[in-house]
Every structure is written in structure tokens, then in C-alpha cells.
Design a protein around this ligand. Structure first.
Ligand SMILES: [Zn+2]
Length: 97
């Protein structure tokens, strides 16, 4: 979603792609959200990048938290960073289960 700040929980994964080794670092919450929303299913061999992740969570908010009367996304979902949105989606997915 964005740069990981000091003190935030993250996951580091070492991958090999095309013979190149690289580290993939993500927030724990973002990893969980990507998994819950099955984002990894739709991406190609190069994996899920930050931009597709942000687009996907924005789509989720539009699909699930759009206020038809206001013609805008619900106020409690506005002005959040992508990391905050990811955490909020995760909470929501957990309470639905
Ligand atoms: Zn993140």
C-alpha cells in the first residue's frame, strides 16, 4: 500500500523471478487482505505490485461502501491511507465470518 513505517508489522518474503532474487516486503495486514480478496489469483507471474493492490482495495471500497444518496463513497471510508483502508477491510472481513 505504501512505505512501511518503523514499528509496523511486516512480512518479508524472498522470491526468485527470472533468475533474479529479490525481497518482497508487505504489511501483515496487506498480505491478509490481498489473500482474502483473492488478489493473488488475478495477477501474473510477476506477482502483485503495490499499484494493483491499491486499485483493488479502492474497487472494494466502491463496491461495498458506496453511498448512492451522496454519490460518493461513505464518509467513514474517505480520507484514509491505503494502509488504513486495508486494515479496515480486514476487520470487516473478519467480522463477517
Ligand atoms: Zn501495506
Amino acid at each position: 500500500c505504501e512505505k512501511i513505517a518503523i514499528g509496523q508489522k511486516y512480512v518479508r518474503q524472498t522470491n526468485v523471478y527470472d533468475g533474479v532474487v529479490y525481497d518482497f516486503v508487505t504489511h501483515q495486514e496487506c498480505k491478509d487482505v490481498a489473500h482474502e480478496l483473492k488478489m493473488y489469483d488475478g495477477c501474473d507471474d510477476s506477482g502483485l505490485d503495490g499499484e494493483s493492490f491499491r486499485v483493488d482495495i479502492e474497487c472494494y471500497v466502491y463496491a461495498n461502501h458506496y453511498d448512492d444518496e451522496k454519490n460518493d463513497i461513505c464518509s467513514d471510508w474517505q480520507q484514509l491511507s491505503h494502509y488504513e483502508i486495508a486494515k479496515k477491510i480486514l476487520e470487516e472481513l473478519k467480522t463477517e465470518k
